[in-house]
Design a protein around this ligand. Structure first.
Ligand code: SF4
Length: 408
């Protein structure tokens, strides 16, 4: 029997019936698949048939932790979100950090398996005693940040929220699920899966720690790991500059793409992690129990918003360099907008860069962009983000992702 790392059960929530049950995870499954996305693949195997529509009541969505999550092991506050991707129609997995994963495990469940769909917008409040279905009609249309703030106010106390924004509600195929300080399970479009189910958010609280089999052994391994962390040069890079530090490293050997992957030459100094740090970093924003703190609070100072959440490597590359934008002010704004609407920063940037490429190749017309679009056109790119999230005009097509845009 597995004695450490897991509570040994997940919470299965049926949205259509508004009920829940506790489902044991088989010992053999844990031993074979360990946790996170591996274990998620095993648990979901029978649900994910070839003809399953990812945007249907039958489609499952699994929030799952790993054996270290919720324990004293550093860097372990992470959860996997898994199911069938509405973007690809294939297996989808995405992960996120922050505090939500730590407290998901502290609910006394290793994960939450969601099936069915709701008639009215709802959020789930999950604690040690199970689930409360709470009306979220008043939150529908709210940004991710507004949603998290509102739920925290309503529930009070220590509650951690993973939620969707307008992009998920509008079934944008690459909408994300955001939690805490801009941490996102970004890939694969699970925001749309929640949006289809009318599930605005999952909020968790609790203090039930998973069992630890051999605490002294574990502490010894943690000491070794912390030592490795101290010595690892890549960890130093992300601690100092966030993953944005890789922009200049990758630039050195042609691994940092720009202009829709057509060039690796660009004004790197303007968008390097060092430039970002010197001009915008305010303080570290680590996930629960992390000694590194690669997340950084960013100075913003616009529209009454003083600070925004961390801008990582993906944000600099995808809606930044791939779209030919080298102004950190603009990239930070674009990244924040993606968080606000609940859009995956990577897919959003790639779609926008692909659109510019298609326009320049003559596949998309002037009128689609009110007189065309070019690399570096920040104003138009910013306005397109809102159109994508709300599926307005050309945004409705762009919301379908690159494959469907290409097929049109
Ligand atoms: S702050 Fe960064 S390094 Fe630390 S656990 Fe979170 S994602 Fe990992």
């Amino acid at each position: 029997m597995v004695v450490g790392g897991f509570h040994g059960k997940i919470l299965q929530v049926n949205l259509s019936r508004k009920n829940f049950s506790k489902v044991e995870i088989k010992d053999s499954e844990i031993r074979s698949f360990i946790g996170g996305t591996g274990l998620a693949a095993s648990i979901l195997y029978d649900y994910l048939t070839l003809d399953l529509n990812p945007l249907s009541p039958e489609a499952p969505l699994l929030f799952l932790t790993g054996p270290f999550t919720g324990t004293i092991v550093p860097l372990s506050s992470r959860y996997a979100l898994a199911g069938k991707s509405p973007l690809t129609g294939l297996w989808g997995e995405s992960t996120s950090g922050g505090y939500f994963p730590f407290f998901l495990k502290q609910t006394g469940y290793d994960g939450i398996l969601i099936i069915g769909s709701l008639e009215k917008p709802t959020y789930l409040l999950v604690g040690e005693d199970g689930v409360e279905f709470r009306d979220a009609s008043h939150l529908w249309g709210f940004s991710t940040y507004e949603t998290m703030d509102a739920i925290k106010r309503e529930v009070g106390g220590k509650v951690y929220v993973a939620c969707i924004g307008p992009a998920g509600e509008n079934l944008v195929k690459y909408s994300c699920v955001l939690n805490d300080n801009g941490r996102a399970a970004g890939r694969c479009g699970f925001g749309a899966v929640m949006g289809f189910k009318k599930l605005k958010a999952v909020a968790v609280y609790g203090s039930r720690k998973p069992p630890i089999a051999k605490i002294d052994d574990l502490k010894g391994h943690i000491d070794l790991a912390l030592n490795e962390i101290k010595l690892n040069p890549f960890i130093h890079l992300i601690k100092e500059y966030s993953p944005a530090g890789y922009v200049s490293v990758g630039y050195g050997f042609g691994d940092t793409p720009a202009y829709y992957f057509s060039s690796t030459i660009f004004p790197m100094i303007k968008v390097s992690g060092r430039t970002l740090k010197l001009n915008y970093y305010v303080k570290d924003e680590p996930c629960a129990g992390c000694p590194i703190g690669c997340g950084k609070k960013i100075l913003y100072g616009k529209n009454g918003i003083e600070y925004v959440d961390t801008v990582g490597y993906e944000a600099l590359i995808s809606p930044g360099l791939l779209c030919g934008i080298f102004s950190l002010d603009d990239i930070i704004k674009i990244h924040h907008l993606c968080n606000v609407y609940g859009l995956d920063i990577i897919s959003t940037g790639v779609v926008l860069a692909f659109s510019i490429y298609l326009y320049k190749e003559g596949f998309l017309a002037d009128k689609e962009f009110n007189g065309g679009i070019d690399y570096g056109d920040s104003g138009k790119i910013i306005s397109l983000i809102e159109k994508i999230a709300k599926r307005v005009d050309i945004g409705d097509l762009l919301a379908e992702g690159v494959k469907n845009i290409g097929l049109r």
